[in-house]
Design a protein around this ligand. Structure first.
Ligand SMILES: O=C(O)[C@H](O)[C@@H](O)[C@H](O)[C@H](O)COP(=O)(O)O
Length: 241
């Protein structure tokens, strides 16, 4: 595990954008394509905009990139809560990609069916081989969740499924999420976390005692891939130096 700490949010974004470019080039050189699972929420929006900006857009062979979603809110793709909509506006539309490169979660069916169909999409993409994404991008909630692996949810203990529906009691909403076993198969996993509000969660996940129920992001331990954290000093403030 490598922990990269940058002074400012902009430097974190730049650091992760350069890592994205590096992993994309390595993946495309190795097997002709680059499969990436995007994270949702607010933090990655600026990263996606930066990757689609003149500073980075010409550094990646975008036609060889395939976009999946590490998790999705169970809402229509037109809903402002949709991770797909956020990514569509921030990077997918600006890069003028083919729809065949983009694998959104189908949230027009039941949550269970949405998860089952996404498993099928992923298995078809990897053509029956192990589903090993080249890169999984993750964020971290201030309650130490990642993707939609939330504290005290049954999905934390699911060792077999690769995608599951999750019901969040406090918000009374469903999410669809890749599970830890699927995420941990990835060749590269990168957390993007910035801001003082995440400092406690970063400490809990990286160096606190093992407590999966309360700190689900501790589940993320790639089997033989690489895990890197991209943090600003505010989010890293509680880490032992
Ligand atoms: O769908 C989501 O919300 C994300 O995948 C989720 O895991 C996110 O990464 C964290 O909640 C942090 O979100 P912020 O970046 O908005 O703080």
């Amino acid at each position: 595990m490598k922990i990269n700490v940058f002074k400012t949010e902009d430097e974190v974004l730049d650091g992760l954008a350069n890592y994205f470019v590096e992993v994309a080039a390595k993946s495309i050189a190795h097997h002709g394509q680059f499969s990436v699972a995007l994270s949702g929420g607010n933090s990655p929006k600026k990263l996606y905009e930066l990757l689609a900006s003149p500073k980075f857009r010409d550094k990646v062979e975008w036609k060889k990139v395939h976009f999946f979603f590490g998790d999705e809110r169970y809402v229509p793709h037109t809903d402002l809560q949709s991770n797909y909509l956020m990514a569509k506006k921030a990077i997918l539309e600006p890069l003028d990609l083919s729809y065949r490169q983009i694998f959104p979660v189908n949230t027009s069916v039941s949550p269970e069916e949405a998860a089952a169909r996404y498993i099928n999409d992923i298995n078809l993409y990897f053509a029956g081989f192990d589903a090993r994404f080249d890169l999984v991008l993750l964020g971290l909630g201030d309650n130490s969740h990642t993707a939609s692996l939330f504290p005290h949810t049954p999905v934390l203990h699911d060792k077999t499924a690769s995608v599951k529906e999750v019901f969040l009691d406090d918000q009374q909403v469903f999410r669809i999420t890749m599970t830890a076993p699927l995420i941990n198969q990835a060749h590269h996993i990168a957390y993007l976390v910035y801001g003082a509000g995440k400092a406690e969660a970063v400490h809990h996940v990286i160096e606190d005692k093992k407590d999966i129920e309360n700190y689900p992001a501790q589940l993320i331990k790639p089997s033989d891939g690489e895990l890197q954290w991209f943090l600003d000093t505010a989010a890293a403030a509680l880490l032992k130096k």
